[in-house]
Design a protein around this ligand. Structure first.
Ligand code: ADP
Length: 397
């Protein structure tokens, strides 16, 4: 297909990421980010042919629509209009309704809006992006790719919380999992690397970015994942706590903390930031550790220990393991963090491939360790969620 570019839109409550992607080879023709929506300092910036451009966007009442208008102009100015065959939207929550990528019509859009109860920050923002893109590109088909969809294959025992079943029936409280597009992509790429049909592959995928999650993949399908009803569950993250004793919430509220204060702390002031007391950024943690910062050292230890514990526990739903797959900004780049996670998994017999670990960084995939005991590898696969959104949109065309 000669003209097979897709405009990929990831619309957040105060930001909008976009890219024009070649759905065949994944080349990014232009990519950009609108930020600070709803505030006077809202901007939109993009990268084209290696050159960065930034502009202010005015009219605070509808920054999403104004950002899209600017993107339309950019696309026209660059003569890309005729090359774009679809718009692909990243949507955070598809609930139990959406198990794969779908073409957006009024019914799908209404469902996405209905699911706002489960993702009050994300789904309304995603819907805003869809409305704006539909108005701007009335003749282009639009597709929704859901963060939750890949995990809809989890068995009931993995997605059911050990709480009153009525809460599931009444409110839909269960494990949904997120980062599905990333877990899907890296598992498919790893299967290619192993030269094995993905339907016969068993993986533990470890996505470590600002948000972080682990997924157990059996015969190519998600069977468990560490994020839950919300993205707050599971691993320690940049600013999120991950798993914690829910009794702590009651304790803090009895101490006079409001619900907002508690959840602000758990979402925005915990994780690397909370434990280290200095930064949410893994590079900053590693740097501070080198300088002897005790908080950073502790944050590194807690983070790597917890990732290893999850990997260990995800051997349970699998009968065999082909590979542990590291991805995300941290998983793709930090050999120290990968090394420490594997050190914590001593009993599984992984032996580091030092050169492999050093080489698999900054966008390169590769093998970082091997376990003879499990007949398994540890590999790095750079994730590419935008490419999946572009590919799946075109596949459905
Ligand atoms: P997001 O979840 O926002 O997409 P990323 O996947 O880009 O985030 O990951 C961001 C994280 O990756 C940050 O903590 C950053 O410090 C970390 N990171 C990026 N490059 C490196 C590096 N060279 N070494 C260690 N950590 C890195």
């Amino acid at each position: 297909m000669p003209n097979a570019n897709v405009l990929v839109i990831n619309s957040g409550s105060s930001s909008l990421k976009f890219a024009v992607i070649n759905s065949v080879n994944g080349d990014e023709i232009v990519s950009g980010l609108g930020e600070c929506f709803g505030m006077p300092e809202a901007t939109i910036a993009w990268k084209l042919n290696g050159i960065k451009t930034e502009e202010a966007i005015t009219a605070a009442d509808n920054h999403h629509a104004n950002a899209i208008t600017r993107i339309v102009k950019l696309i026209e100015d660059e003569n890309l209009t005729d090359t774009i065959v679809a718009v692909g939207h990243r949507i955070v929550h598809g609930g139990e309704k959406f198990t794969k990528t779908v073409r957006i019509d009024s019914e799908v859009l209404a469902e996405i809006e209905n699911l706002s109860d489960l993702a009050p920050l994300h789904n309304p923002a995603g819907a805003k992006g869809i409305h704006a893109a539909m108005a701007a590109f009335p003749s282009l088909p639009q597709f929704a790719v859901f963060d939750t969809a890949f995990h809809q294959t989890m068995p009931q025992k993995a997605f059911t919380g050990a709480i009153s079943h009525e809460l599931y029936e009444k409110y839909g409280i269960r494990r949904y999992g997120f980062h599905g597009t990333s877990h899907y992509y890296v598992s498919r790429e790893a299967a290619k690397m192993l030269d094995k049909p993905v339907e016969q592959c068993n993986f533990i995928t470890v996505h470590l970015g600002n948000g972080a999650s682990v997924c157990a993949i059996k015969d190519g399908q998600s069977v468990d994942t560490s994020m839950g009803f919300t993205p707050l569950a599971g691993l320690m993250m940049g600013t999120r706590s991950g798993d914690l004793d829910p009794g702590i919430i009651e304790f803090l509220m009895k101490k006079g903390w409001t619900q907002e204060q508690v959840f602000d702390t758990l979402n925005k002031k915990s994780g690397f930031l909370g434990v280290s007391g200095i930064t949410s950024d893994a590079r900053g943690i590693l740097q501070a550790m080198e300088e002897g910062h005790e908080g950073a050292k502790l944050a590194f230890q807690v983070f790597t220990y917890r990732v290893a514990k999850y990997i260990g526990s995800y051997l349970i739903p699998l009968d065999a393991l082909d590979a542990i797959i590291f991805t995300g900004g941290i998983g793709e780049n930090s050999l120290d963090i990968r090394r420490e996670i594997l050190n914590n998994l001593n009993l599984l017999g992984f032996v580091e491939d030092k050169k492999g670990n050093e080489d698999a960084r900054f966008g390169a995939s590769g093998i970082v360790a091997k376990s003879e005991l499990l007949d398994a590898l540890a590999v790095v696969i750079p994730t590419n969620e935008e490419f999946v959104i572009a590919q799946q949109s075109v596949e459905l065309l």
